[in-house]
Design a protein around this ligand. Structure first.
Ligand SMILES: [Zn+2]
Length: 93
């Protein structure tokens, strides 16, 4: 009975539920309430939209491949220039 008379959780609590940081017993009751409460589920949806598509900084794992790519491209360029010079010298009369 108590889980059905629960009051709507406030915004910080909803964020905690979203992040799975709400206390287990309370979180379960609140999650159940949110499922059945159109107001809370709408707010959860809004919070989820706000929090997901805005990563403030690109994680380093995503930055490194680009650095490696440019290092690779620069090396390739230098090597091909060197090969070109060698070929030019070989074909010189
Ligand atoms: Zn509610």
């Amino acid at each position: 009975m108590s889980s059905e008379t629960i009051t709507c959780p406030d915004r910080p609590m909803l964020i905690r539920i979203l992040e799975g940081k709400a206390p287990p017993e309370e979180g379960e009751a609140l999650a159940q309430h949110v499922e059945n409460c159109p107001q809370c589920s709408a707010q959860i949806l809004r919070l989820r939209e706000e929090s997901t598509p805005v990563p403030l900084s690109v994680p380093p794992q995503l930055q490194r491949p680009w650095k490696a790519f440019w290092m690779f491209a620069a090396t390739l360029l230098i090597v091909s220039i060197a090969i070109y010079c060698v070929v030019q010298q070989v074909h010189r009369p």
